[in-house]
Design a protein around this ligand. Structure first.
Ligand SMILES: [Zn+2]
Length: 330
């Protein structure tokens, strides 16, 4: 059995909609007033969105459910699904700890609770029966003020080990704050954390090349090869890997068809930029969305040839932030 590595998956988008629905039922959650049956919920939860902003709104609902008390429930289900149905050996799970703190607390208390969130996740992503290795990437958010993002960095630094890296997430807004974010990334790196950043997902507009000196990987970055292929040389020199999540671009309205990814793969291959294929928010995509399914879709739409597949699968291990061991598929 081949085993795979997924480097870009959000805790808020990782769970199958049926798991979320069952949880809402248990809680008698008010959102069920809109969805008396599962099919209605499923269609709403997995529908393609027109924009990334629209997509992120549903994500926020799930983040609120994943409170300290309920994180063990979600973590167990996530690990057993990834191991059993996707053959994942290694997973880097990313999330914003602040969004999972108790909204009723003061800001100071919420910041204090972030360490507990990370500790609960660390304790619950090692289920005895499912030997998957899960490492964590902690996300800053473009919507949050500087003080909170600074506290998120401190939280990542305090938990180095189970936490292997940081990411900048949220809608692609507030580009005037780019300098602050670059500083955050370089501080993170100086303290031994690896770095990735959601960039160039919906357009080239937020891709500032000053980021490149501080990054190990880029979340998506697909608009670099599409719109500014001249930047690829710099990425190759710095050995920055792109995390490409095929189904996501259809769900967020970024690309019309998988075949649009041919340009991305061809130009990266020619420039020597590595690509790791990842899933982003598999629970938000129409089933079945799994990492092996993403590989198959790429071949099906002539984005890659079958003989390139092993190399792409190996890249998931080679570009990992916290994988130790034998990563090469036979
Ligand atoms: Zn993402």
């Amino acid at each position: 059995m081949a085993l795979y590595a997924d480097l870009h998956r959000h805790l808020g988008g990782a769970l199958h909609p049926r798991i979320i629905y069952k949880f809402l039922k248990r809680q008698d959650h008010p959102v069920l007033n809109y969805f008396p049956d599962y099919d209605g919920f499923y269609n709403w939860f997995t529908r393609p969105c027109r924009t990334l902003e629209e997509f992120v709104k549903i994500h926020s609902l799930v983040e609120e459910l994943q409170s300290l008390e309920h994180l063990p429930y979600f973590c167990l289900r996530l690990c057993r699904g990834a191991y059993t149905f996707e053959n994942l050996q290694y997973l880097e799970l990313r999330y914003n700890p602040y969004f999972r703190t108790d909204h009723k607390l003061s800001e100071a208390k919420r910041l204090g609770q972030m360490n507990e969130i990370v500790e609960v996740i660390s304790a619950n992503v090692r289920p005895a029966e499912y030997p998957i290795t899960v490492k964590q990437i902690i996300c800053f958010d473009r919507r949050l003020p500087k003080a909170i993002n600074d506290a998120i960095l401190k939280c990542a630094q305090d938990n180095l080990g189970p936490v292997v890296g940081v990411d900048l997430a949220g809608p692609e807004i507030n580009t005037e704050r780019t300098e602050d974010w670059i500083k955050l990334m370089s501080k993170a790196r100086a303290s031994g954390l690896k770095t990735t950043c959601h960039l160039g997902e919906t357009s080239i507009d937020n891709v500032d090349p000053r980021f490149f000196a501080t990054l190990d990987r880029i979340g998506h970055g697909i608009h670099i090869p599409i719109s500014k292929p001249e930047m690829l040389k710099d990425l190759a020199k710095r050995q920055i890997t792109l995390e490409v999540c095929p189904t996501s671009y259809r769900q967020t309205g970024v690309l019309k068809d998988f075949s649009d990814l041919r340009t991305v793969f061809t130009r990266c291959r020619e420039a020597g930029v590595a690509i790791a294929v990842c899933t982003d928010n598999p629970g938000r995509n129409p089933a079945p969305c799994t990492l092996p399914g993403e590989y198959e879709r790429l071949i099906d739409h002539d984005v890659i040839d079958f003989h390139e597949l092993k190399e792409i699968q190996n890249e998931g291990f080679r570009s990992a932030f916290g994988f130790v061991g034998n990563s090469r598929l036979p």
